[in-house]
Design a protein around this ligand. Structure first.
Ligand code: AR6
Length: 353
């Protein structure tokens, strides 16, 4: 099952468990901890008092009281002290232990805030990297829907270099679209057709011949089309039906020597959706799902376009989403979670699900 990065107040989520970025006392505090305790009510504090605190990197579970979820998993992230004091290992441990508890309590869905990235000062981009790495490793072995909740997007940023590279790519290619050679050629061709027609008319006035005769070539051009189409019956056309999206996907999985589950997990797509696609040769996936599979299969740009075409989509240079996808494929970076971080950063739909 997949990871979803969302922008929400975690206290509003109706999933099985939400994770609290607590302190060692487990008796409440500021940030997300304060919000969770306020929304849950006194009952949560009373239960937390019985837990006798929690060590950094560990996790404990309680009921959720007035919250819309079933459980709250309390974990204590490390305070950032420059990154050389075992912060990363402790933060990894927070995610691992919380996921383990969620699994023990048979949670099907769990939501994490970006632990340690507020009051405890862990750099947000690095905190997100740790979250995604640990969660995706866990999901290779387990089925669960995991939300990573980004609360304050303004303060959150993906690596500045990656951001700058993507932005440059978008800017360059937007420009390319507007001075696009193909577009120019098309426009040129249209212009010369008009000019040709005008020339004919111009000559006609000189030759003083009937106008209808002069425009005939243009008419012939437009009448030729229906005649050609009429040569094929609809049945003939349907007989030429090409490989479907589902067929291409299954063929590529085999060619790459992957198992189905390796592929859908890498695509951040859940098992149920994959089996729908597998069992329906004419399944029409959404564009984000189709791209997710192209990424999981590490297809190059041409193959990706081909696969998208099977699902009735294209990649254009006229929107940011497509350009970000193209940027990652061209860079040979097929990490769907990094792609999703970037898409999130640029306010675009995320891949998978
Ligand atoms: N929903 C989702 N995320 C939130 C919410 C919310 N309602 N509120 C804040 N965040 P922090 P820490 C984000 O400071 O760094 C407390 O006092 C926030 O934007 O809550 O682990 C505890 O008692 C940030 O990205 O936790 C501890 O003493 C992330 O949650 C200390 O803070 C974590 O920020 C723990 O510090």
């Amino acid at each position: 099952m997949p990871i979803q990065i969302i922008r929400e107040d975690i206290t509003k989520l109706r999933c099985d468990a939400i994770v609290n970025a607590a302190n060692n006392s487990l008796l409440g505090g500021g940030g997300v901890d304060g919000a969770i305790h306020r929304a849950a009510g006194k009952g949560l504090l009373l239960e937390c008092m019985k837990l006798k605190g929690c060590k950094t990197g560990q996790a404990k579970i309680t009921g959720a009281y007035k919250l819309p979820c079933k459980y709250v998993i309390h974990t204590v992230g490390p305070v950032w002290r420059g990154g050389t004091n075992g912060e990363k290992e402790l933060l990894e441990s927070c995610y691992r232990e919380s996921l383990q508890l969620a699994k023990e309590y048979e949670c099907e869905s769990v939501a994490f805030p970006l632990i340690s990235s507020g009051v405890y000062g862990y750099p947000k981009d690095q905190a997100l990297r740790v979250a995604i790495d640990v969660i995706s490793a866990f999901l290779l072995e387990n089925d669960m829907l995991v939300y990573v909740v980004i609360f304050d997007k303004a303060a959150y940023k993906i690596s500045e270099k990656l951001f700058a590279d993507i932005k440059e790519y978008i800017d360059d290619h937007y420009v390319e679209t507007h001075t696009d050679a193909h577009f120019e050629r098309m426009r040129g061709e249209q212009c010369s057709q008009i000019l040709e027609a005008e020339e004919v008319c111009f000559e006609t006035t000189f030759l003083d011949e009937p106008v209808t005769q002069q425009v005939e070539p243009v008419k012939e051009l437009s009448l030729a089309m229906p005649k050609q189409v009429a040569k094929f019956s609809l049945e003939d056309k349907l007989g030429e039906i090409d490989e479907s999206f589902s067929e291409m996907l299954l063929r590529k999985i085999d060619e790459k020597g992957m198992t189905d589950s390796e592929c859908y997990k890498k695509a951040n797509v859940d098992r149920k959706l994959f089996s729908k696609i597998r069992n329906n040769v004419h399944y029409s996936p959404s564009k984000t799902t189709a791209i997710a599979f192209a990424i999981a299969l590490e297809l190059n740009l041409e193959e990706t376009k081909d696969m998208l075409m099977k699902a009735g989509f294209a990649l254009s240079h006229s929107n940011k989403f497509d350009l970000i996808i193209e940027y990652f494929i061209q860079s040979g970076n097929y990490n769907i979670f990094e792609i999703n971080e970037a898409l999130f950063m640029f306010d675009q739909s995320l891949l998978g699900m």
